[in-house]
Design a protein around this ligand. Structure first.
Ligand SMILES: *Cc1c(COP(=O)(O)O)cnc(C)c1O
Length: 367
């Protein structure tokens, strides 16, 4: 093992703050409130109920969640939401569900929805290799819900505007929740796998409008029924105790940093630094169109594809981890989640410059 400092640009599970990791590690050995390991306490103990309450109130406070919404902790990842959403809100409905196809995860959601009812894919950027998010579409007024993905983790595009519609909006926010300010009241249901800004893998966060949940009239299996989670404080069965505890630590960290406003400011600065380099360095170019460029997952390529493998090796030798693009997409992806320090982005930029200089691509203007 080398002692090389590692800059973790992994797309998920992703980097967590140092202090969150050390506090989680301590709690595995012995968690003071219970005098036992966090891994061996009852989820029904008053101490853990305190964790559930605090995690929920941190979510509510950080995202400014209205009282008319429930905050739920589930398992099964964001991927289980792909079927759970249509099972609850499309099955038995006379209406169709409207989906926006802007990437790999949206496609997976569409595939599951088709098992439960009529699906209308209102717009797609597939024939443009998902380099943008479709903008010119209108959500039909009579739909069960409209589904979109706020940040396309693999393609590196992000939605900065959501349609104005009376149709309930369901949004997969797995990879940009807690990274920027959002108006929760514009959505009827938000879901997010935890491992990309919320905490470790194993927990799925759902924020849902109660009236939307109550619109479900047909029976749904208990473990796939949002109301069962709501009515049992997310403890119908054993919740993912350690994942929720670690998410709580991470949200405490976020709050102590100044909350979403502060982190969004830092996230914009980190993304700007890297996009500026991508645009100025003659060897690289960005994969996504500029107006949809993600602030969380930055995808880029080299004009000379043959050099991509060499640059990857070069960057890895300087401590960059997780910058290889998704297996079906290629190129590079640097994920700049909340816990990634600005200095790590500087280090990546430095290695891009060093590589360009080494290859005499010297038309780079100085800072
Ligand atoms: C990672 C990701 C998923 C899949 O999440 P799992 O928790 O692995 O099921 C779905 N949607 C988006 C936007 C993601 O980034």
């Amino acid at each position: 093992m080398s002692n090389l400092f590692k800059h973790n640009f992994g797309a998920g599970p992703c980097i967590l703050p140092e202090q969150v990791l050390s506090r989680a590690a301590e709690a595995v050995k012995s968690w003071a409130p219970a005098g036992l390991s966090i891994l061996e306490i009852s989820h029904r103990s008053p101490q853990f109920e305190g964790v559930m309450q605090e995690t929920e109130s941190l979510v509510r406070e950080l995202l400014n969640v209205p009282d008319s919404y429930s905050v739920l902790f589930l398992q099964g990842g964001a991927s289980m939401q792909f079927c759970m959403v249509p099972m609850n809100f499309l099955q038995k409905s006379k209406k169709e569900a409207v989906y926006l196809d802007a990437g790999y995860f949206g496609q997976k959601a569409i595939k599951e929805a088709r098992l439960f009812g009529r699906v209308n894919v209102i717009a797609s950027s597939k024939d443009r290799a998902y380099e943008d998010i479709p903008r010119d579409y209108r959500v039909p007024g009579e739909a069960a819900y409209f589904h979109c993905t706020s940040n396309n983790t693999i393609e590196g595009t992000e939605m900065f505007r959501f349609p104005e519609t009376d149709v309930p909006i369901v949004c997969d926010m797995s990879s940009d929740i807690f990274s920027r300010e959002i108006d929760v009241s514009k959505f009827d249901l938000i879901y997010a796998g935890a491992q990309k800004n919320t905490g470790p893998a194993g927990m799925t966060l759902v924020i849902a409008k109660n009236s939307f949940l109550d619109s479900v009239k047909h029976p749904v299996p208990s473990m796939l029924d949002y109301r069962v989670y709501r009515d049992n404080g997310s403890m119908y069965n054993t919740p993912p105790v350690f994942a929720i505890y670690t998410a709580m630590l991470n949200l405490q960290w976020l709050k102590s940093k100044g909350g979403i406003k502060m982190i969004a400011h830092e996230n914009r600065a980190k993304a700007q630094l890297l996009y500026d380099e991508i645009d100025r360095n003659p060897l690289f170019y960005g994969s996504a169109v500029k107006w949809n460029r993600s602030l969380m997952n930055i995808t880029f390529r080299m004009h000379d594809v043959a050099k991509e493998k060499k640059f990857l090796e070069f960057a890895e030798k300087s401590g960059m981890v997780g910058i290889r693009g998704y297996r079906t997409v290629g190129g590079f992806r640097a994920s700049l989640y909340n816990a990634l320090p600005y200095d790590s982005v500087k280090a990546l930029v430095a290695s891009m410059r060093a590589y360009a200089e080494k290859h005499h691509a010297s038309i780079i203007p100085a800072y």
